[in-house]
Design a protein around this ligand. Sequence first.
Ligand code: 13P
Length: 251
Amino acid sequence: MRKTVIAGNWKMNMTPAKTAEFIKALAPMVAGKDKCDVVLCVPAIDIPAAVEAAKGTNIKIGAENVHFKASGAFTGEISAEMLTEAGVEYVVIGHSERRQYFAETDQTVNLRTLAALNAGLKAIVCVGETLEQRELGYTETLLKFQTKMALTNVSAEQLKNVIVAYEPVWAIGTGVTATADQADEGNGFVRAAIAEVYGADVAETVTVQYGGSMNDKNAAELLAKENVDGGLIGGASLVAEKFKAIVDAAQ
Ligand code: 13P
Protein backbone atom coordinates (compact mmCIF):
# COMPACT_ATOMS: atom_id res chain seq x y z
CA MET A 1 0.00 0.00 0.00
CA ARG A 2 1.57 3.25 -1.14
CA LYS A 3 1.18 6.49 0.72
CA THR A 4 -0.65 9.25 -1.13
CA VAL A 5 1.04 12.61 -0.70
CA ILE A 6 -0.54 15.90 -1.71
CA ALA A 7 2.17 18.56 -1.66
CA GLY A 8 2.04 22.21 -2.55
CA ASN A 9 5.08 23.87 -4.08
CA TRP A 10 4.64 27.57 -3.51
CA LYS A 11 7.70 28.54 -5.61
CA MET A 12 8.51 32.28 -5.11
CA ASN A 13 5.15 33.25 -3.67
CA MET A 14 3.81 34.28 -0.24
CA THR A 15 5.52 36.35 2.47
CA PRO A 16 5.95 35.12 6.06
CA ALA A 17 2.86 37.05 7.17
CA LYS A 18 0.76 35.64 4.32
CA THR A 19 2.13 32.16 5.07
CA ALA A 20 0.81 32.24 8.64
CA GLU A 21 -2.55 33.55 7.47
CA PHE A 22 -2.84 30.91 4.73
CA ILE A 23 -1.99 27.95 6.96
CA LYS A 24 -4.40 29.10 9.69
CA ALA A 25 -7.14 29.21 7.04
CA LEU A 26 -6.19 25.88 5.44
CA ALA A 27 -5.71 23.85 8.64
CA PRO A 28 -9.40 23.40 9.55
CA MET A 29 -10.20 22.60 5.89
CA VAL A 30 -7.84 19.62 5.78
CA ALA A 31 -8.11 18.51 9.43
CA GLY A 32 -8.79 14.80 9.79
CA LYS A 33 -8.08 14.06 6.11
CA ASP A 34 -6.01 11.02 6.95
CA LYS A 35 -5.99 9.18 3.60
CA CYS A 36 -3.08 11.31 2.42
CA ASP A 37 -0.19 13.32 3.77
CA VAL A 38 -0.67 17.05 3.34
CA VAL A 39 2.54 19.00 2.73
CA LEU A 40 3.34 22.62 1.89
CA CYS A 41 6.78 23.32 0.44
CA VAL A 42 7.49 27.00 1.01
CA PRO A 43 10.22 29.57 0.34
CA ALA A 44 13.05 29.39 2.90
CA ILE A 45 12.20 32.75 4.45
CA ASP A 46 8.65 31.52 5.14
CA ILE A 47 9.72 28.32 6.92
CA PRO A 48 9.64 29.60 10.54
CA ALA A 49 6.19 31.12 10.06
CA ALA A 50 4.96 27.96 8.32
CA VAL A 51 6.29 25.59 10.98
CA GLU A 52 4.78 27.71 13.74
CA ALA A 53 1.37 27.98 12.05
CA ALA A 54 1.29 24.25 11.24
CA LYS A 55 1.94 23.15 14.85
CA GLY A 56 -0.83 20.89 16.10
CA THR A 57 -2.26 20.43 12.58
CA ASN A 58 -1.83 17.62 10.03
CA ILE A 59 0.01 19.97 7.63
CA LYS A 60 3.67 19.14 7.17
CA ILE A 61 6.22 21.69 6.01
CA GLY A 62 8.78 21.30 3.25
CA ALA A 63 11.49 23.42 1.67
CA GLU A 64 11.99 24.02 -2.05
CA ASN A 65 15.70 23.24 -2.25
CA VAL A 66 18.68 22.13 -0.16
CA HIS A 67 22.43 22.39 -0.67
CA PHE A 68 24.48 19.22 -0.87
CA LYS A 69 27.32 20.32 1.41
CA ALA A 70 26.94 20.37 5.18
CA SER A 71 28.38 23.88 5.51
CA GLY A 72 30.91 26.23 3.94
CA ALA A 73 31.40 29.08 1.53
CA PHE A 74 28.18 28.78 -0.49
CA THR A 75 26.65 32.22 -0.32
CA GLY A 76 22.87 32.15 -0.39
CA GLU A 77 22.53 28.40 0.11
CA ILE A 78 20.79 26.45 2.89
CA SER A 79 21.95 23.14 4.37
CA ALA A 80 19.91 20.09 5.29
CA GLU A 81 20.75 20.55 8.97
CA MET A 82 19.45 24.12 8.87
CA LEU A 83 16.19 22.80 7.46
CA THR A 84 15.72 19.99 9.96
CA GLU A 85 16.53 22.28 12.89
CA ALA A 86 13.87 24.69 11.60
CA GLY A 87 11.28 21.89 11.70
CA VAL A 88 11.20 21.04 8.00
CA GLU A 89 10.29 17.44 7.08
CA TYR A 90 10.26 17.44 3.26
CA VAL A 91 12.30 19.07 0.54
CA VAL A 92 11.70 19.46 -3.19
CA ILE A 93 14.80 18.57 -5.20
CA GLY A 94 15.57 19.01 -8.88
CA HIS A 95 12.47 20.95 -9.86
CA SER A 96 12.56 21.77 -13.57
CA GLU A 97 12.71 25.48 -12.72
CA ARG A 98 15.93 24.82 -10.77
CA ARG A 99 17.24 22.77 -13.68
CA GLN A 100 16.27 25.45 -16.21
CA TYR A 101 17.18 28.67 -14.42
CA PHE A 102 19.77 27.66 -11.81
CA ALA A 103 21.97 25.19 -13.65
CA GLU A 104 20.79 22.17 -11.69
CA THR A 105 22.07 18.95 -13.22
CA ASP A 106 21.24 15.29 -12.70
CA GLN A 107 24.46 15.03 -10.70
CA THR A 108 23.64 17.90 -8.32
CA VAL A 109 20.11 16.57 -7.99
CA ASN A 110 21.65 13.29 -6.83
CA LEU A 111 24.00 15.03 -4.37
CA ARG A 112 21.16 17.11 -2.92
CA THR A 113 19.00 13.99 -2.60
CA LEU A 114 21.75 12.19 -0.67
CA ALA A 115 22.32 15.22 1.60
CA ALA A 116 18.60 15.47 2.33
CA LEU A 117 18.22 11.75 3.08
CA ASN A 118 21.33 11.64 5.26
CA ALA A 119 19.85 14.45 7.35
CA GLY A 120 16.57 12.57 7.77
CA LEU A 121 14.53 14.71 5.39
CA LYS A 122 12.00 13.27 2.97
CA ALA A 123 13.08 14.08 -0.58
CA ILE A 124 10.56 14.96 -3.28
CA VAL A 125 12.70 14.40 -6.38
CA CYS A 126 11.37 15.94 -9.60
CA VAL A 127 11.83 14.50 -13.07
CA GLY A 128 10.19 15.39 -16.35
CA GLU A 129 10.62 15.82 -20.07
CA THR A 130 10.33 18.95 -22.19
CA LEU A 131 7.86 19.07 -25.05
CA GLU A 132 10.72 18.72 -27.54
CA GLN A 133 11.99 15.59 -25.80
CA ARG A 134 8.47 14.14 -25.78
CA GLU A 135 7.99 14.85 -29.48
CA LEU A 136 11.32 13.22 -30.28
CA GLY A 137 10.13 10.10 -28.48
CA TYR A 138 12.57 10.28 -25.57
CA THR A 139 10.11 10.47 -22.67
CA GLU A 140 10.69 6.97 -21.33
CA THR A 141 14.46 7.08 -21.82
CA LEU A 142 14.72 10.46 -20.17
CA LEU A 143 12.46 9.72 -17.20
CA LYS A 144 14.30 6.50 -16.48
CA PHE A 145 17.69 8.19 -16.79
CA GLN A 146 16.73 11.13 -14.57
CA THR A 147 15.22 8.82 -11.97
CA LYS A 148 18.24 6.51 -11.84
CA MET A 149 20.70 9.40 -11.78
CA ALA A 150 18.83 11.11 -8.94
CA LEU A 151 18.83 7.91 -6.89
CA THR A 152 22.46 6.89 -7.42
CA ASN A 153 23.89 5.56 -4.13
CA VAL A 154 20.52 5.84 -2.39
CA SER A 155 20.04 2.63 -0.38
CA ALA A 156 16.81 0.63 -0.40
CA GLU A 157 16.36 1.71 3.23
CA GLN A 158 16.79 5.39 2.33
CA LEU A 159 14.39 4.98 -0.59
CA LYS A 160 11.58 4.78 2.00
CA ASN A 161 12.03 8.54 2.41
CA VAL A 162 11.97 9.28 -1.31
CA ILE A 163 9.00 10.51 -3.30
CA VAL A 164 9.46 10.98 -7.02
CA ALA A 165 7.37 13.65 -8.73
CA TYR A 166 6.82 13.26 -12.46
CA GLU A 167 6.40 16.78 -13.77
CA PRO A 168 6.31 17.13 -17.55
CA VAL A 169 7.94 20.51 -18.16
CA TRP A 170 5.33 21.41 -20.78
CA ALA A 171 2.55 21.03 -18.22
CA ILE A 172 4.05 23.24 -15.51
CA GLY A 173 2.32 26.58 -15.04
CA THR A 174 0.89 26.36 -18.54
CA GLY A 175 -2.65 25.26 -17.74
CA VAL A 176 -1.97 22.32 -20.07
CA THR A 177 -2.33 19.23 -17.90
CA ALA A 178 -1.08 15.85 -19.01
CA THR A 179 -4.02 13.58 -19.66
CA ALA A 180 -4.63 11.07 -16.90
CA ASP A 181 -3.22 8.37 -19.20
CA GLN A 182 -0.07 10.41 -19.94
CA ALA A 183 0.44 11.00 -16.21
CA ASP A 184 -0.08 7.33 -15.46
CA GLU A 185 2.36 6.35 -18.21
CA GLY A 186 5.04 8.82 -17.07
CA ASN A 187 4.69 7.74 -13.45
CA GLY A 188 4.87 4.16 -14.68
CA PHE A 189 8.20 4.84 -16.41
CA VAL A 190 9.53 6.25 -13.12
CA ARG A 191 8.35 3.18 -11.25
CA ALA A 192 9.87 0.89 -13.89
CA ALA A 193 13.22 2.65 -13.48
CA ILE A 194 13.05 2.13 -9.72
CA ALA A 195 12.16 -1.53 -10.31
CA GLU A 196 15.19 -1.99 -12.58
CA VAL A 197 17.48 -0.87 -9.73
CA TYR A 198 15.71 -1.96 -6.54
CA GLY A 199 13.35 -4.69 -7.76
CA ALA A 200 9.65 -4.65 -8.51
CA ASP A 201 8.54 -5.25 -4.92
CA VAL A 202 10.39 -2.18 -3.69
CA ALA A 203 9.19 -0.08 -6.62
CA GLU A 204 5.60 -0.90 -5.72
CA THR A 205 6.06 0.82 -2.36
CA VAL A 206 7.41 4.14 -3.66
CA THR A 207 5.11 7.14 -3.84
CA VAL A 208 5.19 8.68 -7.33
CA GLN A 209 3.40 12.00 -7.66
CA TYR A 210 2.20 13.80 -10.74
CA GLY A 211 2.73 17.56 -11.08
CA GLY A 212 1.86 20.05 -13.79
CA SER A 213 -1.32 22.14 -13.74
CA MET A 214 -3.04 19.78 -11.31
CA ASN A 215 -6.04 21.59 -9.89
CA ASP A 216 -9.35 21.20 -8.10
CA LYS A 217 -11.06 20.20 -11.37
CA ASN A 218 -8.70 17.54 -12.73
CA ALA A 219 -7.22 16.07 -9.52
CA ALA A 220 -9.77 13.29 -9.04
CA GLU A 221 -9.23 11.88 -12.54
CA LEU A 222 -5.43 12.04 -12.24
CA LEU A 223 -5.35 10.57 -8.73
CA ALA A 224 -7.61 7.70 -9.77
CA LYS A 225 -4.81 6.29 -11.93
CA GLU A 226 -2.92 3.25 -10.71
CA ASN A 227 0.51 4.88 -10.79
CA VAL A 228 -0.46 8.35 -9.55
CA ASP A 229 0.10 8.41 -5.79
CA GLY A 230 -0.41 12.08 -5.17
CA GLY A 231 0.33 15.47 -6.59
CA LEU A 232 2.91 18.23 -6.52
CA ILE A 233 0.88 21.34 -7.00
CA GLY A 234 2.05 24.83 -7.89
CA GLY A 235 -0.56 27.45 -8.72
CA ALA A 236 -3.53 25.68 -7.14
CA SER A 237 -1.63 25.31 -3.84
CA LEU A 238 -1.75 29.08 -3.42
CA VAL A 239 -5.53 29.08 -3.08
CA ALA A 240 -6.69 27.32 0.10
CA GLU A 241 -10.06 26.21 -1.31
CA LYS A 242 -8.45 24.70 -4.41
CA PHE A 243 -5.76 22.91 -2.43
CA LYS A 244 -8.38 21.59 -0.02
CA ALA A 245 -10.37 20.25 -2.99
CA ILE A 246 -7.30 18.34 -4.20
CA VAL A 247 -6.81 16.87 -0.73
CA ASP A 248 -10.50 15.88 -0.81
CA ALA A 249 -9.99 14.22 -4.19
CA ALA A 250 -7.21 12.14 -2.65
CA GLN A 251 -9.58 10.88 0.03
P1 13P B 1 1.64 24.20 -11.57
O1 13P B 1 0.70 23.38 -10.72
O2 13P B 1 1.51 25.68 -11.31
O3 13P B 1 1.58 23.83 -13.00
O4 13P B 1 3.12 23.84 -11.07
C1 13P B 1 3.45 22.51 -10.97
C2 13P B 1 4.77 22.44 -10.32
O5 13P B 1 5.76 22.84 -10.88
C3 13P B 1 4.84 21.89 -8.96
O6 13P B 1 6.14 21.69 -8.57
